[in-house]
Design a protein around this ligand. Sequence first.
Ligand code: CTP
Length: 472
Amino acid sequence: MDINCTEKELFVFNKIAHAAEELNMPCYVIGGFVRDKILQRESKDADIVCVGDGIELAHRVAERFQPKPQVAFYKNFGTASIRLDDFEIEFVGARKESYRYHSRNPEVTPGNLEEDQLRRDFTINALAISLNKSDYGRLVDPFNGITDLENKIIRTPLEPGKTFSDDPLRMMRGIRFSSQLGFHIEEKTWEGICAHIDRIKIISQERITEEFNKILGSAKPSVGLDLLYRSGLLHIIFPQMVDLAGAEYIDGKGHKDNFYHTLQVVDNISQHTNDLWLRWAAVLHDIGKPATKKFEAGHGWTFHGHEVIGGRMVPKIFTRLKLPQNEKMRYVRKLVELHLRPISLTKENITDSAIRRLLFDAGDDIEDLMALCSADITSKNKFKVKRYLGNFNLVRDRLREVEEKDRIRNWQPPITGEMIMEVFGLPPGRIVGEIKNAIREAILDGEIENNYAAAYGLMVKKALEYNLQPVQ
Ligand code: CTP
């Protein structure tokens, strides 16, 4: 076998080869596993295609291991899989028609290897390696997938229109591979994508979002995001992002193209983190700009409040894209809402109270927020960038100082709502909230010290405004 497999993988393939020989069933390792091995990328799962019944082969293979692994199989789709520790192997019988995972139409017409390869998505994903005794380890590459791998080309084995109508998700997969691997989409394949974008509508949102997230996970996500935009797919799957594109001019004054600015910010943050949600925050940080755009005479273009509007758009976008509605969403929303705060601090005097407020509002996400804000500095003017980053370091120093002094990041005021209720014999309600807020605000503003005695004093004073006195 010419590809660089681990001992364990070779051991497993050997067992598969023997099981297949017993059944007199030609079989091959195929698809992403072969591609990734040749590219020397990490590969997790292996797909095995056999000329025969994949489920039968999976059972026969399982019997050769101690303890015997469970065989998960889908009779309708003719697929089966076994897991050996962290190595998952999927078995499928070669087929004549499109290779689709769990497609709605489960009918499968058996075919030979070449027919099966022809109906796969890209030439680089159609490479197969024989596990048969007569030519064990031979690469079967009828469409020059190896040359495409070497030349970094994404190309469909069939006429592209056919491949993409068979499974329109492949349009996103092609763009994802291009972004992930730094490959170029061959011209006819690209035209095929552009001509079939409407077909993406039949694909489930979950599968689309999974590909989008993989694009976002690539080293330079702008490659894939820009291809999504230029093909027209982005207009269908994520129109709010397209609304960022373009620059308008009035009286000779323009604003920057917020789409390409966003792509730059996403690339910048991706150099700093692999975290998907921080990358999502970068995608969405300016999403409220189109809705807040105004031209003010004598002033130019403004986007007042875009962080608030953008924050409000986050839950809607997450719902539409079927992204999780949990703390991840709240995290992204928070970063979108706060993304101007550190930069605004660099413009005014950096007071202790402004720093304290930022620490309080950002909590443990302060580092991520600072990273997002640094990524947001995309000016072409080198001096400007230098000045901003210099100011930023100043803010960072001050954040450290104030945090050391006040420990405000996960801070709770020294007097709680329960205490207020107990001291004044109050039921829960508006007044309790107002007294509590007054104490918190006074501490954050530095008007009183951050301790119990000072907070208690203010509580009594504030309560007097409501004619309240401590009950004994
Ligand atoms: N495949 C296909 N069309 C699809 C999905 C998959 O033709 N829409 C074929 C390709 O040959 C692919 C193989 O099935 O290589 C395995 O698919 P999958 O595991 O989804 O993708 P990989 O190519 O292995 O890549 P990744 O794991 O990065 O998704």
